[in-house]
Design a protein around this ligand. Structure first.
Ligand code: UD1
Ligand code: MG
Length: 429
């Protein structure tokens, strides 16, 4: 595998069944957009020079997302939306003169992996085909385009469900909607598409017949794990895909030596790295990009929101939320705390109910908290950021810390304790 590729990702469709104001491809799993999963899978092959995202429905929002997150992706508007072939054609001018392979995919398939794409690209290049389509064998092929083969088993065409004969409808090999074409050989197909079909659309699938009629080789690559072709069309699909993705992550982590006490109630994002011998207790939710060391204990009922780095032997206990923070070895945040935009040294003890108050609601600014090695906070401490708590410093329970605390010091804010003797009997009278 050597040649670079470019991709066209179709994302102009409406996604009516999502019943949402948000574009289908901007729906998220683990706080990452569906479209992001697809672009990342393509980029992670290490072969993608450039990606063209075809936008239509909610074009502005999708373009904003793409331009803010991907340097090698450009959006092309499809308006009106006349079918998948017409959609891919929107990148035709951009690709003029390109001599490599063009990968065409849909923006709503977050379970497709870069490993599969690499294998697909590799097979295509080895075979000398001008076009390879990714197919899958489905027990229930309803609604998919069917893969039609000749008597020798060679790919002949793709027929949509609505155009298929009763015999063709029985075929279980379906089109997953992923293609790789040698652009120089096949791009003319886009100039020859028509909409003479049951849906009056320009079908991308018709490029298969065109390629074969030109005397070029077209073939199908059968997907090994059907799950990967799963397209999201509804909120139910979104939940099902989340589950598949999380199970995939948990299985990988367990195979690498991470203990997951209850996989059913544990959610960990694909972008979280965890080292061996760390234990994750039930009802823990970890999203975004995080790095967690070895021998940590996390949960039950912990939430890690991304941008978190934990060293080794760190303890994150029940009802603790951690966001965008670094925590070094042997530090405990055992109960009921919020640590955000913070940097904690090693061997720090965070008392129950400690809050780093990092957000100014009026100015919308966020501030950092630094807590040095060996410091401790008492229960119910509020640290109003920005704040620096020095090495070995102690904070008394119930304190509101609104300035820096120097090393080795004790800081506490506490109203004097008042005791009213015999209170019960006075009130009773
Ligand atoms: C398409 C394939 C079908 C395949 C199935 C796999 C065609 C004609 N059919 O069918 O063989 O089995 O995908 O899921 O290609 N889109 C646009 N612009 C348009 C139309 C669609 O960008 O004008 C995008 C959609 O947003 C979506 C993708 O293309 O991401 C597929 O469109 P969809 O309408 O779902 O195609 P299917 O009918 O499912
Ligand atoms: Mg579809």
């Amino acid at each position: 595998m050597s040649k670079n590729i470019k991709s066209i990702i179709l994302a102009a469709g409406k996604g009516t069944r999502m019943k949402s104001d948000t574009s289908k491809v901007l729906h998220k799993i683990f706080n990452k957009e569906l479209l992001g999963y697809v672009i990342d899978a393509v980029n992670d092959t290490g072969l993608a020079e450039e990606n063209y995202i075809i936008v239509g429905h909610q074009a502005e929002a999708v373009e904003k997302y793409v331009s803010e997150n991907y340097k090698n992706a450009k959006c092309r508007l499809q308006s009106p939306q006349l079918g998948t072939g017409h959609a891919a054609y929107q990148a035709y001018e951009d690709l003029k003169g390109f001599t490599g392979g063009v990968l065409i995919l849909c923006g709503d398939t977050p379970l497709l992996t870069s490993e599969t794409l690499k294998d697909f690209i590799n097979e295509h290049e080895k075979s000398g085909a001008a076009l390879t389509v990714m197919s899958a064998i489905f027990e229930d092929p309803t609604n998919y385009g069917r893969i039609i083969r000749d008597e020798n088993g060679n790919l002949k065409a793709i027929i949509e469900e609505k155009d298929a004969s009763p015999a063709q409808k029985k075929i279980k090999e379906v089109n997953t909607g992923v293609y790789l074409i040698n652009w120089a050989e096949v791009s003319d197909a886009f100039l020859n598409l028509d909409s003479n079909n049951a849906q009056n659309e320009y079908y991308l699938t018709d490029i298969v017949k065109w390629t074969i009629n030109k005397g070029l080789k077209a073939q199908s690559y059968i997907l090994k794990n059907n799950e990967e072709s799963y397209g999201i069309n509804s909120k139910l699909h979104l939940a099902q895909a989340t589950k598949v993705l999380k199970d995939r992550v948990l299985e990988k982590l367990m195979s690498e030596g991470v203990t997951i006490v209850d996989p059913d109630t544990t959610y960990i994002s694909p972008e979280t790295e965890i080292e061996a011998d760390t234990e994750i207790y039930p009802c823990t939710y970890i999203e975004g990009k995080n790095k967690i060391g070895k021998h940590c204990k996390i949960g039950p009922f912990a939430r890690i929101r991304g941008g978190v780095e934990l060293g080794d032997f760190v303890k994150i206990g029940n009802f603790v939320e951690i966001k965008k923070s670094k925590i070094k070895d042997h530090t405990n945040v055992s109960h009921l705390s919020y640590i955000g935009d913070s940097s904690l040294g090693s061997n720090v003890n965070i008392g129950a109910g400690t809050i780093t108050a990092n957000y100014n609601h009026i100015t919308k600014e966020k501030f950092n908290t630094v807590i040095e090695n060996n410091a401790s906070t008492g229960s119910n401490t509020v640290i109003v950021a920005p704040a620096h708590i020095g090495e070995n410093a102690s904070i008394g329970a119930g304190s509101v810390i609104s300035k820096d605390v120097e090393q080795n010091a004790l800081a506490l804010t506490r109203a004097p304790l008042k005791i009213f003797k015999d209170w019960f009997n006075k009130i009773k009278k």
